[in-house]
Write a protein that binds this ligand. Structure first.
Ligand code: DGY
Length: 346
């Protein structure tokens, strides 16, 4: 019998990651690449020492109420924790970790992709060519908006937002505004070429493009509501590579239908992959299937980072990316303060 920790993985992972998992653990890799059901998650929690889930695995308090739980460590494959009820996990004495840093640049690249596609109407153009509806070059064909020189407003100023700021400022000459109640350091603001705004409302009113970079928590759910869309400039654009439930879909769809917003670029959705079908009817929305971190380099790095967390835990060493309660260390104090501030506006 193997003395190695038993690890269950919920989704297929890059080959190098699966091979390393096989080397280090007594690992169960899925034969099918499907979302685990609540029952499958509960069975896994009863059978393994370490679970390696992803954003599609909803480890709710109910799922974690399964008894008996053998799992001592949940190494999430992803930077977001919103798929895991971390308080419930902690109550069961389960250590939770994520994979920060390694997806920063690629997620920021995807935010830039959405900005470019949305303002330059690339999705519409591609659909036209594929649909054999392109009748040739003409001066008034699919006229978009110039990207260079626009004012970009960032909601949240964490790692990904700062990377977007650098790319947009240095690459596209954009003016960068940001709203983050934790008051980013002058060095971070200078490196990103960003000017802070003291309220979210000011940021919305002053930006041509608003890009969301805050986590999904009870405090940020529906942060972008009808009142906040009304604050945005007429003809502005919304970009979301964070989480779908930060946006009130009814409010966004109304703003896009009325023309108050010129467009939106969305990589994440409430209830994905079952997105609000009304989005598909709107030409002025670019819809991507949660591709933020989807590059070979990043997905491999995310897997290796999850493995490093599992390895450290089972070797009795500090877990590098361990979740800690807000206010007790790690990334949490800044995050806690941000959320306290953001919740004031809800
Ligand atoms: C993340 O890491 O949070 C990405 O959105 C994938 O879950």
């Amino acid at each position: 019998m193997s003395a190695r920790p038993k690890v269950i993985v919920t989704r297929r992972l890059p080959p190098v990651v699966e091979a390393t998992l096989r080397e280090r653990f007594d690992v169960d890799l899925p034969t099918e690449d499907r979302q685990f059901t609540a029952e499958q998650l509960q069975r896994a929690l009863a059978q393994c020492d370490g679970l390696l889930p992803t954003v599609t695995d909803k480890l709710t308090a109910e799922v974690l109420a399964a008894y008996p739980i053998r799992t001592r460590m949940i190494a999430n494959f992803g930077v977001g924790y919103d798929n895991i009820d971390v308080a419930a996990a902690k109550a069961h004495d389960i250590v939770v970790s994520n994979t920060p840093d390694v997806l920063t640049e690629c997620t920021a690249d995807l935010a830039m992709t959405l900005i470019l596609m949305t303002l330059r109407r690339a999705g519409e153009g591609e659909r036209e060519v594929r649909g054999e509806r392109w009748t040739g070059w003409r001066p008034l064909h699919l006229i978009g908006e110039r990207v260079t020189g626009k004012t970009l407003g960032l909601v949240g100023m964490g790692r990904i937002a700062r990377a977007v700021a650098r790319k947009a400022h240095l690459g596209f000459g954009m003016r960068i505004l940001c709203y983050d109640p934790t008051a980013p350091s002058p060095a971070d603001l200078a490196a990103a070429g960003a000017e802070p705004r003291s309220t979210l409302e000011e940021l919305l009113a002053d930006s041509d493009i608003v890009s969301l970079h805050c986590p999904s928590t009870p405090a940020t759910r529906n942060l972008m509501n009808p009142e906040r869309f009304a604050r945005m400039r007429p003809g502005a654009f919304l970009i979301n590579t964070a989480r779908g439930d930060i946006v009130d879909d009814d409010a966004l769809i109304a703003a896009l239908r009325s023309g108050h917003l010129a467009g939106a670029g969305l990589d994440v959705f409430r209830g994905e992959p079952n997105i609000d079908p009304r989005y598909r009817e709107l030409e002025n929305v670019v819809l991507l299937p949660h591709l933020g971190s989807a590059t070979r380099e990043t997905r491999e790095a995310m897997g290796m980072r999850a493995i490093d967390n599992l390895t450290a835990f089972f070797a009795g060493r500090p877990v590098p990316d361990r979740w800690r309660r807000p206010g007790t260390g790690g990334r949490s104090p800044a995050c806690a303060a941000t959320l306290r501030q953001l919740s004031k506006y809800l």
